[in-house]
Design a protein around this ligand. Structure first.
Ligand SMILES: *Cc1c(COP(=O)(O)O)cnc(C)c1O
Length: 426
């Protein structure tokens, strides 16, 4: 066996399918968000990032930086061990209390990432429950799918946000069988929101447990940043709320919050929690500072919503195919993997605008897109510059504008934005 050849072929296949990923070498600049330095071919250029998941710019907030600096100075860089072996540092204990309070739950548990929290918590809960059936939304994130797989439990996938389909699967299983419904609040590629109240109703009716991923909502929705479940007054109706500290909170780590016994069971049984070094105290302290700030400050949330809406309005008015979205996420349909990659490359090289292409398998084939995430720091002037760059790119590459699209191409995106100002054809 020629091992090297085998790996070459694996990579060649990705190239052939236009799925090979190239990372941009970036350096963020504190105080100049969303500007960053981009290094390529021996050159360094300043560019604007339009696809950051540091949704509120909290990664550069003065309180967050100060907390990290003070804690690294007083406690050093690393945790020094797993949670069980001297790694349970005091800032981590405080962070878990803060998270439980954020979601109105009895307990919280922090993991080294959101990915690990989903993988570890879902697999452990479903493995502990006897003969558990997992009901999983078809658009769930890879980390949740990994948790479902690892549990070894039987799984049934329900069509995205389809309550009738979910109910039929629950009814088939019956009230007696253990059941875990896993879903997200905000789906990050389309920006749509799950019918959480109705899913909780079904869970009550059929006696199922509920597990929600609020990764793209925590910090950004609800009066204290407790996510969509807080905004809709539903946190108490969901058994386990999962979130990340790495997106709107601007740091690193993931967590779950729920009833004391569930959290304690995951703490006690999940290998992905037990056998890995704890988060560094400086990260835990920075995350707590960020959560505390966003619990009392509404201005970042308001500004993000305002700039996201303005971005949708401006791009739609320029005849760009903005896909329907109920949230801060602004997907723009390209519909072809090659063009999507070319558009991203052109935006960066020619316009100094960084928007990473989103291709299969992250989204279905034919719905390849650019996913724009406006933050409070993307002001009206930056939005105007973005629009001009996108229009130039669409025209230069012959990507269909909204008015040129065949109706069927819009696939799953039910458009809601009426378009009145056709402009700059291809
Ligand atoms: C990013 C993401 C995660 C993983 O969170 P990390 O903290 O980045 O590991 C989990 N779920 C969803 C839906 C995500 O988009």
């Amino acid at each position: 066996m020629n091992y090297q050849r085998f790996f070459e072929e694996a990579i060649d296949q990705l190239h052939a399918e236009r799925r090979y990923r190239v990372f941009a070498d970036l350096e963020r600049i504190v105080g100049a968000f969303p500007r960053a330095i981009w290094r390529a071919e021996g050159e360094a250029r300043e560019i604007t990032v339009w696809c950051s998941n540091d949704y509120l710019g909290m990664g550069q907030h003065a309180d967050v930086i100060a907390a990290a600096q003070a804690t690294v100075s007083s406690m050093g860089s690393g945790a020094g061990g797993t949670r069980n072996i001297s790694g349970t540092n005091h800032p981590l204990v405080e962070l878990e209390r803060e998270l439980a309070d954020l979601h109105g739950k009895e307990a919280g548990l922090v993991f080294t990432s959101g990915f690990v929290s989903n993988e570890a918590a879902i697999s452990t809960i479903a493995r502990l429950l006897p003969n558990c059936l997992i009901l999983s939304d078809e658009l769930n994130h890879a980390s949740m799918i990994e948790g479902v797989r690892r549990s070894g439990a039987e799984k049934k996938v329900f069509r995205h946000n389809d309550l009738a389909h979910l109910e039929s699967l629950l009814a088939q299983a019956g009230r007696e069988r253990a059941k875990l419904i896993v879903f997200e609040s905000v789906y990050s590629m389309d920006g749509d929101i799950a019918p959480i109240a109705e899913i909780a109703d079904l869970a009550d009716k059929y006696n199922a447990m509920t597990y929600i991923d609020e990764v793209h909502a925590v910090g950004m929705y609800g009066a204290h940043g407790g996510g969509i479940t807080e905004r809709e007054g539903l946190a108490h109706r969901i058994d386990v709320i999962e979130g990340t500290l790495a997106k709107a909170f601007g740091t690193l780590g993931g967590y779950i919050a729920g009833k004391r016994e569930v959290i304690d069971a995951v703490r006690s049984y999940a290998p992905g929690f037990i056998f890995t070094t704890a988060l560094p105290p400086m990260i835990a302290a920075a995350a707590t500072a960020s959560i505390r700030h966003l619990k009392v400050s509404q201005s970042e949330r308001d500004a993000q919503q305002r700039q996201a809406q303005h971005t949708k309005d401006v791009l739609s008015a320029a005849d760009l195919p903005v896909m329907a979205s109920q949230t801060h996420i602004v997907p723009i349909l390209v519909g072809d993997p090659e063009l999507c990659k070319m558009a991203s490359d052109r935006l960066l090289a020619r316009h100094g605008i960084y928007i990473q292409p989103i291709n299969y398998p992250t989204v279905p084939r034919g719905t390849e897109r650019l996913r724009v995430t406006p933050t409070p720091f993307h002001d009206d002037a930056l939005i105007e510059t973005l629009k001009e760059a996108l229009v130039e790119t669409w025209a230069a590459l012959g990507i269909p504008f909204e008015s040129q699209r065949k109706p069927s191409v819009a696939a799953r995106s039910d458009r809601i934005v009426p378009l009145t100002v056709p402009k700059a054809g291809g």
